[in-house]
Write a protein that binds this ligand. Sequence first.
Ligand SMILES: NC(=O)C1=CN([C@@H]2O[C@H](COP(=O)(O)OP(=O)(O)OC[C@H]3O[C@@H](n4cnc5c(N)ncnc54)[C@H](OP(=O)(O)O)[C@@H]3O)[C@@H](O)[C@H]2O)C=CC1
Ligand SMILES: CC(C)CCC[C@@H](C)[C@H]1CC[C@H]2C3=CC=C4C[C@@H](O)CC[C@]4(C)[C@H]3CC[C@]12C
Length: 416
Amino acid sequence: MGLYGVVRYHLAPPFILLAFPCAVQVLAQLGQGEPLEARALLVRALGSAFAWTVVGAWVAWAWLWLRLPARTVEGPATLFGYTPVYQDNGVLYYWASLVAFFTAQALWPGLSAGLWAQMPELLGALNTTALLLCAYLRAKAKRRPEHPADRQPPRPAAYEFYCGLELHPRLLGVDVKQLTNCRIGMMGWQLLIIAFYVASVQRHGFSAATLVNLLLQSVFIAKFFWWEAGYFSTLDITLDRAGYYLCWGCLVWVPCLYTYSSYFLVAHPPSLGAWGAAGAAALGMAGILLNYRVDLERQLFRAAPRGQCSLWGRPASFLVVSYRDAAGAPRQSRLLTSGCWGVARHLNYTFELVGALAWCLPGLGLGPWPFLYFFFLVVLLVHRTFRDEEKCAEKYGAGWEEYCKLVPYRLVPFVF
Ligand SMILES: NC(=O)C1=CN([C@@H]2O[C@H](COP(=O)(O)OP(=O)(O)OC[C@H]3O[C@@H](n4cnc5c(N)ncnc54)[C@H](OP(=O)(O)O)[C@@H]3O)[C@@H](O)[C@H]2O)C=CC1
Ligand SMILES: CC(C)CCC[C@@H](C)[C@H]1CC[C@H]2C3=CC=C4C[C@@H](O)CC[C@]4(C)[C@H]3CC[C@]12C
């Protein structure tokens, strides 16, 4: 095993497992403009009665919505022959959660300010919940794997804990990834930024920049629920396993880092004026809609019989590529070479970054903190580009190489 292997399997996972939960507590404390004090950090990380009540109610609400009778939708079949089934009530769940939140806010006017003030406690409670869930998922995968054909080669324990072992585990009758990623993480992001907006208006009064910060993210999140079925074909679901990276990430990292620009603006009101806010809104809407457009083109293309669909007013062009499933049987797939997927291989990531930068812009002039999410996303998406391409090269071999020749740029045409 070379140096890369030692870092990847032995050094990076324990570091991330220890450093990220600490980073979350530090960020929450700093975002409130509070000095860092070891004892306070530790005590607040244990949670509070309020924080545990919120987390308990939130998890129960999300779980309940996945247990309600609803239309179902199938995800892509795995190479080991399993087709996951998901509840297709994301849009209804999104609106119902908003109504429930605003009702709770009307009944308890201090709710939003309380959520902001107790964010370190909330993250502490989420952290404990997420770590327990990851430990349970690992133990379950070792003792009672749901799909024995999906066995992973044994790796160091911290690496297994970090990456997860099972692709589609279920818990209490629901799909774990749909619960943690879509229903708790994404909706938690939405509700927290609304709470932070309300807390900010209660403190400083109305600001166009703060409103733009909220609205852009809300459009992005609402779009996610509109497209939830499409999410089931992404890397998170088809490649990444249910472990710390995804489950802890969606239960703790998303509520902390993805909401951070809004969280930060509560203690540090923005100085961006109305015209600046309007510019950020226009840039952000363009980024979000174009990101959606790229994802939609692939979804329409993959759903069309034999890839026969029209893109940009012309019949889509594509490559027919071959691969083998887990049983070694030959299969075929198609890679789009026209529309957005003919411009760059990951144009959806590029537009995602534009949208994210735009909603961080209201924090301009307040230092790097409001841009933390954007910086993280650059690293995540560049790394993800390489991970995805490694997966595709392995899966399609020469077919992928041919596609890369036809579409030579990854994120930005003529640059990268
Ligand atoms: N805010 C955030 O934290 C993040 C947001 N995202 C967003 O999530 C969405 C999904 O992203 P993600 O799952 O990473 O990846 P993509 O949606 O880009 O999907 C990549 C997969 O698409 C297939 N594919 C690749 N090239 C083509 C082609 N030319 N034609 C047809 N299919 C192709 C391959 O899968 P196959 O095996 O099926 O061929 C490949 O593995 C995007 O909008 C992205 O911006 C993603 C990551 C983080
Ligand atoms: C080091 C780790 C703790 C990092 C954890 C990262 C995860 C929380 C995120 C990794 C990929 C992210 C997502 C992928 C695709 C998405 C679709 C988009 O439309 C909405 C956002 C998201 C669901 C996003 C959510 C966070 C990740 C799972």
